[in-house]
Design a protein around this ligand. Structure first.
Ligand code: ADP
Ligand code: MG
Length: 554
């Protein structure tokens, strides 16, 4: 203990701990899911490293997670024989919160102190720190596979932690032992009955067997057999089992909005289990965020960086397990693998088809998916050439005709005016701002529908979107509006000769006065009440895109 170094948590961590323990979080049982999923991850990492370095497994090849109850001592212990942590890894992994979404999460929580707090934290896996909801001291002893030293990390979860070397005789031969000194009101976590219930409920299909010992020194008996959920047949899996599994792979506590599970046979054989989350993960818009699909080969976890889905599906969580790749597949092989290219295509198709089906069979459920992830799906319109028409058809929009709901392009085309060649759109920062735009006046007066686009991705896809059912996309702030052919609702008389002459005289005057500021001055069908508006030229950028590019330093 003398040689223990003291460290301070990052400020964010201290706040998060305080909040979790003192207010918003009610379901304390989740600490167990977090610890078990970390232990299982550690076992999977070891299995992967052992493919290249079999000596790491030494004489103990089978992974396991052992829970030990200690009613007398008021303790609960989780031990795994996985990869373990070195001193530096402990400081790095347990002293900071790994998730990049933490800051965004903290900000939202701060902004909604009472309100949606509890619900928000449920969307966010709190990870290792959740054990401080039930323990007032946590000791982590770890010995990295292959290392000849072991370390003790210890904390009361209030502000700091200490790290000290520990004799290897006091550490697991390999892996990590986490001892929770339970709080007074958390002593029920030493009851076999409660632990068994919680484990089966939350972690029944973690792909590493879980054992339980009722007392320190007792022999451990098996609680779960480590059968991976995705290897079971769909018909044998209940909705609850899918939800529990989703929670353990996604780190979110909500219900999945969509579950896609299938086994592909034929040219390529693989199983895929993928979930569309029920709410937005907090790091969704983090530029560093990677996809979260795991690659397994014959049930051995290989990597979560195989890019098994296109970028615009990065909100999807899950895994692919294939027997078609060798276990010792390298990073380079993964990138170039034709097998993975085929699998990627297959999984992408299945996910998009499942979303399409949802759009037909359960409109409300689909709209929730769209609200959460529509702005990402729209990236696919310019990133995924093959599926861009499909993604356009799937897209939903606010329009001048949508009231509070959404419209599809099929709806738009069905209600288009006779002779209307274009799908008109207006891009801007917010719906309210767009609805107030004078540019819309001429379209409203002729009841021509205009898409109101407010996501920043909208400025990009519209510029190279393919035609939809023969109609091209056209910005109403660009070029001439060509509205003369459509009748206004309160049918007006043709303009008199003298009025037209007066307009022409004014245009000449304005053009001369503004010669240095604008390239042209025209009479327009766009406006009804407003006197003038600025429009972009037919060839250049749309005005909103111009603003975005200026902001990006172009
Ligand atoms: P996450 O699991 O999302 O990375 P956690 O807060 O649950 O976040 O865990 C933080 C990190 O601590 C893990 O990424 C891992 O590096 C390390 N860790 C936690 N538990 C273990 C364990 N049992 N064995 C090895 N490493 C662990
Ligand atoms: Mg974790």
């Amino acid at each position: 203990e003398n040689s223990a170094e003291s460290h301070v948590f990052e400020a964010d961590v201290a706040r998060l701990l305080h909040m979790m323990v003192h207010s918003v979080y009610s379901d304390k049982d989740v600490f167990l899911r977090e610890l078990i999923s970390n232990a299982a991850d550690a076992c999977e990492k070891l299995r992967y490293e052992a493919i290249a370095t079999p000596a790491l497994l030494a004489s103990d090849p089978d992974s396991r997670i052992v829970l030990t109850l200690d009613e007398e001592g008021g303790r609960f212990v989780v031990e795994d024989n996985g990869i373990g942590m070195s001193r530096d890894e402990m400081i790095e992994a347990l002293g900071t919160i790994a998730r990049s979404g933490t800051r965004a999460f903290m900000e939202r929580i701060e902004a909604n102190k009472q309100g949606e707090g509890a619900q928000l934290i449920g969307q966010f896996g709190v990870g290792f720190y959740s054990c401080f909801m039930v323990a007032d001291r946590v000791d982590v002893v770890s010995r990295r596979a292959g290392a000849d030293n072991a370390w003790l990390w210890s904390s009361d979860g209030k502000g700091g932690y200490s790290v000290s070397p520990i004799d290897i005789s006091e550490a697991p031969a390999r892996g990590t032992r986490i001892t929770l000194h339970l709080m007074e009101d958390a002593k029920s976590y030493t009851s076999r009955w409660s632990i068994e219930r919680i484990v089966k409920e939350q972690s029944g299909h973690v792909p590493v067997p879980i054992k339980i010992a009722e007392k320190p020194g007792d022999e451990a008996t098996q609680l779960t057999d480590g059968t991976a959920l995705w290897t079971k047949s769909k018909n044998d899996i209940t909705a609850e089992e899918y939800t529990d599994f989703y929670r353990s792979v996604s780190g979110q506590y909500d219900e999945p909005a969509l579950t896609v599970h299938y086994r592909a046979e034929g040219r390529h054989e693989y199983s895929a289990l993928a979930f569309v989350p029920g709410s937005q993960p907090f790091d969704l818009f983090d530029p560093d965020r990677k996809g979260r699909m795991k690659l397994y080969v014959k049930r051995v976890f290989i990597t979560d960086e195989a890019e098994l889905l296109p970028r615009y599906l990065r909100f999807v969580r899950g895994l692919v397990d294939t027997a078609d790749l060798p276990l010792n597949v390298s990073r380079e092989m993964i990138q170039e693998s034709a097998i993975l290219t085929a699998i990627r295509k297959g999984v992408t198709n299945r996910i998009i088809t499942a979303i399409e089906k949802q759009a037909e069979s359960d409109k409300d459920a689909f709209l929730k998916i769209w609200e959460n992830f529509g702005s990402l799906l729209k990236e696919g319109i310019y990133e995924d050439f093959e599926r861009r028409s499909q993604l356009l058809a799937l897209s939903r929009f606010r329009t001048t005709a949508s009231a509070d709901g959404y419209r599809s392009l099929a709806d738009y085309v069905k209600d288009a005016k006779e002779g209307q060649q274009s799908i008109y759109y207006l891009v801007g920062g917010s719906l309210d701002q767009l609805k107030a735009s004078p540019q819309l006046e001429g379209f409203r007066a002729r009841s021509i529908e205009v898409l109101l686009l407010t996501d920043s991705v909208d400025s990009f896809w519209v510029t190279n979107a393919p035609d939809f059912e023969g109609k091209s996309f056209k910005s109403i702030t660009q070029g001439s509006a060509d509205l003369a052919q459509f009748k206004k609702q309160d049918q007006d008389k043709p303009e008199s000769e003298s009025a037209l002459a007066e307009v022409q005289a004014f245009l000449d005057y304005a053009k001369q006065k503004l010669a240095d500021e604008v390239s042209d001055v025209r009479a327009s069908d766009r406006l009804i009440e407003s006197a003038v508006c600025l429009v972009a030229s037919e060839q250049g950028y749309d005005r909103q895109l111009e603003k975005i590019l200026q902001g990006a330093g172009r």
